[in-house]
Design a protein around this ligand. Structure first.
Ligand code: CA
Length: 228
C-alpha cells in the first residue's frame, strides 16, 4: 500500500513517515504543498495524509485539485484549527476523514486502516442520509421523514459524525474530541446528555430507531441495530 504524507513540519513529517513505514506502508513524504500537489496529481497512492496548513499551496488547494481532476484517492486531513467549520469544509471538499492536531499516532493508524478497508468512497454529496433521516450539509439542516428537526450547532455536528460513521461504534472520548475539541476522560456525562437530547429529537416518534447505546463502549448510528 502506497501512502503520501504531505506535512511541512519537519518533526511531524519524520514521525509520520517512520511510524507508517514501520506499520508496513510504502510512504512518500512531501515537505511542502507544491511537491505534495505534484505527487498527488501525478502518482497513484492508496491514501493521502494531508496537512492543511502549508506555507505555499495549502491542503485545501491540493484536495480541491484532486477532486476536480476526479482523482478519488482517500484523503485524511490534519488540521490544527479547532473548529467545526474547518472540518466541515474539508469534508465538503471531498476529504474522507480528518484528525485534529495533536493526535495520537495509534489513532491516525486506525483511521488510515479504516479508510483503506473502505476503499475510496467519495463524500462529496450535499446530502447525507440514513433511512429517512436526511442531512442537508450546505444548509446544516436535518429532516426525518420529511419533517424538519431543530438542532443546535453541536447537535448537528454530533449527528453528522454519527451519520458519516454509520454502523461504527464511537467511543465517548472520540465523540468528545471530534465534536467538542476536548478530552472528556473524566466527564463523559456531557456526551451522554448530548446523545440523550439528540436521540429524543431524532428517534422519538420515528421508526426505526437510529441512535443506539453499545454498552461499555459508546454509541452508534445504525438503522438495523437494536440496543444491547
Ligand atoms: Ca503545517
Amino acid at each position: 500500500m502506497r501512502l503520501l504524507v504531505v506535512e511541512d513540519e519537519h518533526k511531524t513529517g519524520n514521525y509520520l513517515q517512520q511510524g507508517l513505514t514501520e506499520a508496513g506502508f510504502q510512504v512518500s513524504l512531501a515537505r511542502n504543498g507544491l511537491d505534495g500537489h505534484h505527487l498527488a496529481m501525478t502518482e497513484d497512492f492508496d491514501l493521502i495524509v494531508l496537512d492543511v496548513m502549508l506555507p505555499d499551496v495549502d491542503g485545501w488547494r491540493i484536495l480541491q485539485s484532486l477532486r476536480e481532476a476526479a482523482r478519488q484517492t482517500p484523503v485524511l486531513f490534519l488540521t490544527a484549527r479547532d473548529s467545526v467549520e474547518d472540518r466541515v469544509k474539508g469534508l465538503e471538499l471531498g476529504a474522507d476523514d480528518y484528525l485534529v492536531k495533536p493526535f495520537a499516532f495509534a489513532e491516525l493508524l486506525a483511521r488510515v486502516r479504516t479508510l483503506l478497508r473502505r476503499g475510496s468512497v467519495p463524500v462529496q454529496s450535499d446530502q447525507l442520509s440514513v433511512a429517512d433521516l436526511m442531512l442537508d450539509m450546505p444548509k446544516r439542516r436535518a429532516t426525518r421523514d420529511g419533517k424538519k428537526i431543530q438542532l443546535s450547532q453541536k447537535e448537528f455536528a454530533l449527528l453528522e459524525l454519527l451519520v458519516r460513521r454509520e454502523g461504527e461504534v464511537l467511543t465517548r472520548s472520540l465523540i468528545a474530541s471530534q465534536v467538542w475539541d476536548m478530552n472528556f476522560d473524566s466527564d463523559t456525562n456531557v456526551i451522554d446528555v448530548a446523545i440523550r437530547r439528540l436521540r429524543a429529537k431524532i428517534d422519538d416518534g420515528f421508526e426505526p430507531k437510529l441512535i443506539h447505546t453499545v454498552r461499555g463502549m459508546g454509541y452508534k448510528l445504525d438503522a438495523e441495530a437494536n440496543d444491547e
